[in-house]
Design a protein around this ligand. Structure first.
Ligand code: ACO
Length: 428
């Protein structure tokens, strides 16, 4: 029972609402009875003040720049754990023991192949299709292939569907890439790590052995971990909303992928690299800073700013260090990295950015790394979707198991015409 309450006065009546406290972070005012009692809705487009659910998976303190998964700081996970450990943690709430990890890894690797007929699906797409369009279609199509794991009322089927999604996503993403470049699909190899296997399926060819570079493998592992979950962001909320109607998990994850594609969300890494390339050299930065500040110019510094972080995004710090490591390993001296560093330095000292608390986000440096590894920009958001599938699946499972779960059905402030009589076409 809540011991705090909040009161609201309306039409000379007062109403009390319980205030619930989480483990850490802001309290919430439980307004579920508000409409019944007052006949009014709350109005919060963009959900800037709304907690849409209760969750025990991820915690963000945007002012302090803190990101915790099940209590563990993101930088510790990115530095020390494997992607399988993080996936297990997100799904099950605790880091696995050695035996639990071995069992989980074994289970995931037994699901890495996709139904052979699914490969025919790719042929329906144009070779120049954006791989995110391919991902939306192919992941949605999984529900037509795996009928034995679409009954969401059966916990066993939910687990199988979750494992399938985490296991197959690297295969599906690598196939989307291979299709776009006209190379044969490469089957998964289960004795490799999650990221090593993905790198081989993406960059390997059947004609010769593929050697995994441990620095690149580690960079990819970090990138996947940094993107694994992020609380109730737009795509995760989309997955939850789609799932709230009882839709099957494959369809829900396809909905999440569609939402992630947008440039304000997962598409920002692609946009950030394009912007850095367009700027081209440090001397041109002031011109772009001026454009970002100009109210009449829709231009924004991509990879800057975040709805929740009003401090340095903790993921961006790990990303910056990883960019240095990868470029050094590959012996690349990319002027884009110089532009990125200089742009960050200038923006962090500029009054406009300081006042609005705009800091680099996770996407600011990720494009530089991914491009150095050899991914085309169109694949960046696909990699994000691959990694975020783990978080989506964990959040979806949490929602389905929540006894308070209801179909998500927001209301609105109606400002259209009031009721009026139909006028026949000749009299209008
Ligand atoms: N460049 C310049 N100005 C900015 C930027 C930016 N990147 N981001 C926000 N602002 C300004 C806005 O113009 C606005 O100014 P105003 O108050 O004078 O109108 C103010 O800062 C607040 O911005 P909002 O758009 O209201 O903030 P919101 O929380 O809705 O947006 C968002 C967050 C979408 C991430 C925004 O910062 C943005 O568009 N950034 C660029 C895209 C990007 O990098 N997205 C990746 C997000 S991280 C992720 O999805 C993994």
């Amino acid at each position: 029972m809540a011991d705090k309450s909040a009161s609201l006065s309306m039409d000379e009546k007062s109403f009390d609402y319980p205030v619930r406290a989480g483990t850490v972070g802001p309290d919430v005012i439980d307004i579920r009875k508000l409409y019944g009692q007052t006949g009014a809705f709350t109005f919060d487009p963009g959900f800037t003040s709304t907690a849409s659910c209760e969750s025990a998976i991820t915690y963000i303190d945007g002012d302090k720049g803190v990101l915790l998964h099940r209590g563990y700081p993101i930088d510790q996970l990115a530095e020390n754990s494997t992607f399988m450990e993080v996936a297990y943690l997100l799904l099950n709430g605790e880091l696995p023991t050695r035996a639990e990890l071995d069992k989980f890894t074994y289970t995931i690797t037994r699901h890495t192949m996709v139904h052979e007929q699914l490969s025919q699906f790719y042929r329906g797409f144009r070779r120049d299709a954006h791989p995110m369009a391919v991902m939306c279609g192919v992941v949605g199509a999984l529900s037509a292939f795996y009928h034995d794991s679409t009954d969401i009322t059966d916990p066993h089927q939910r687990t199988v569907a979750s494992h399938r999604l985490i296991a197959k996503m690297p295969t599906i993403a690598a196939m989307a890439y291979k299709y776009s470049v006209g190379q044969p699909f490469v089957y998964p190899q289960n004795d490799l790590s999650y990221t090593g296997n993905f790198l081989r399926m993406t960059f390997g060819v059947p004609a010769e052995p593929y050697e995994i570079n441990p620095v690149i493998e580690r960079a990819m592992r970090r990138i996947f971990i940094l993107h694994a979950d992020h609380e109730q962001n737009a795509s995760t909320s989309t997955v939850r909303l789609a799932g709230s109607s009882g839709a099957n998990p494959f369809a829900c994850i396809a909905a999440g992928i569609a939402c992630l594609w947008g440039p304000a969300h997962g598409g920002a890494n692609e946009a950030a690299l394009n912007m850095l390339r367009e700027i081209g050299r440090p001397e041109r930065i002031p011109e772009y800073i001026a454009r970002a500040k100009d109210k009449d110019d829709p231009f924004r510094l991509m990879g800057f700013g975040h709805r929740v972080y009003k401090n340095y995004d903790p993921r961006a710090k790990v990303m910056q260090a990883t960019a240095d490591e990868v470029l050094k390993e590959l012996g690349i001296s990319d002027p884009v990295l110089d532009v990125a560093r200089e742009l960050e330095h200038i923006a962090l000292h500029d009054e406009y950015f300081i006042e609005k608390k705009l800091y680099p986000n996770v996407d600011f440096y990720s494009g530089v790394i991914l491009s150095a590894i050899g991914f085309p920009t169109s694949m960046f958001t696909v990699l994000f979707a691959l990694a975020r599938t783990t978080g989506w699946v964990a959040q979806w499972n949490e929602m389905i198991s929540d006894p308070d779960q209801k179909i998500g059905r927001p209301r609105q402030l109606y400002t259209g015409a009031a009721q009026r009589e139909y006028v026949p076409v000749d009299k209008r």
